[in-house]
Design a protein around this ligand. Sequence first.
Ligand code: NAP
Length: 345
Amino acid sequence: MPYNADKKRYDKLTYRRCGNSGLLLPPITLGLWHNFGNDKSKKSMSIEAKKMLFRAFDRGVTHFDLANNYGPPAGSAEENFGKVIKSDFKKYRDEMIISTKAGYHMWDGPYGEWGSKKYLTASLDQSLKRMNLEYVDIFYSHRFDPLTPLEETADALVQSIKSGKALYVGISSYSSKQTIKMNKLLKERGVSCLIHQPSYSMINRWVEKDLLSTLKKLGIGCIAFSPLAQGMLSGKYLKKIPKVSRISDNSSLDKNMITKSYLFKIKELTKIANKRGQTLPQMALSWILRHPTMTSALIGARTVKQLDECLDSQNNLTFSNSELKEIDKYAKEEKINLWVKSSTD
Ligand SMILES: NC(=O)c1ccc[n+]([C@@H]2O[C@H](COP(=O)([O-])OP(=O)(O)OC[C@H]3O[C@@H](n4cnc5c(N)ncnc54)[C@H](OP(=O)(O)O)[C@@H]3O)[C@@H](O)[C@H]2O)c1
């Protein structure tokens, strides 16, 4: 049966303006970092992953976030998404914002990672082929490259727009200082920096120091990735490490991150969430979106059930001052920011 999107999909979410741009994004975006690579048995994404894409779009999620290296294996999330574009999503292409990125290791040799024009340009061409797309809506520099002149990375981003391969450009995990520099370089070349994609959650709050105020001042949108701290902002690790979980997948989450101080915070934050009539993942997402300048919370999900729970966060987006104060007692830094190097260089 061919997929036909829910006719009421636009009645469900309140879209948010991305910085000073003309672009509106959904408050929740679905990312394809984990769970959209090749299923163990097949050379395609799992049936559940495909269901999640359809469910997200049916519930008004118009934005899907990818990168060249998402999988495993690297590239397979884009390939699998490209198959769905071809089979089911093509007719909705103009209703979707699809992003990709380049910055991390993708192929061997000196041109397979970081921020050179050679790498970014070749990578975007590869991504478009894998996804069966003529253009992406947003092309990102995935990480700050301390050894490539920022001018060159800016040139590559500008070229992606001038060549018609991207509509907008963004940066990910850049510090406030490097964001100001990149914004200026892009402006000088006649292009606006649409959006910044930093990690941000209740237990990883580095952006609050100066990045958020910088983005507000520059009119750049913000999409916070890993807002559930890769699943740590849920009750799943309270008793033991479940067999089906990101930690058990042995990928980007380490069991050493489950510390006593972390468990204490989760227990207390869950009590606050429950008082608000929310689960902890739901409160964690509403909390990210409490900033009026936060454009979107960029989640991952393993199942349609998780995705639905996350989207239901939109039923309660307001916080009283006393709730925020109470949350601040426990929403404190854990050492979980894997992207800290890029954002401090
Ligand atoms: N720019 C960058 O450098 C960068 C880096 C990382 C991510 N990203 C982007 O951000 C996206 C999201 O990252 P993320 O996957 O780390 O985000 P996340 O939303 O913090 O974590 C997603 C994980 O949380 C768990 N989860 C989700 N909903 C749940 C629920 N309702 N109840 C309990 N657990 C739930 C699942 O883990 P289990 O599998 O354990 O169930 C899921 O895989 C990525 O797909 C990617 O697009 C960008």
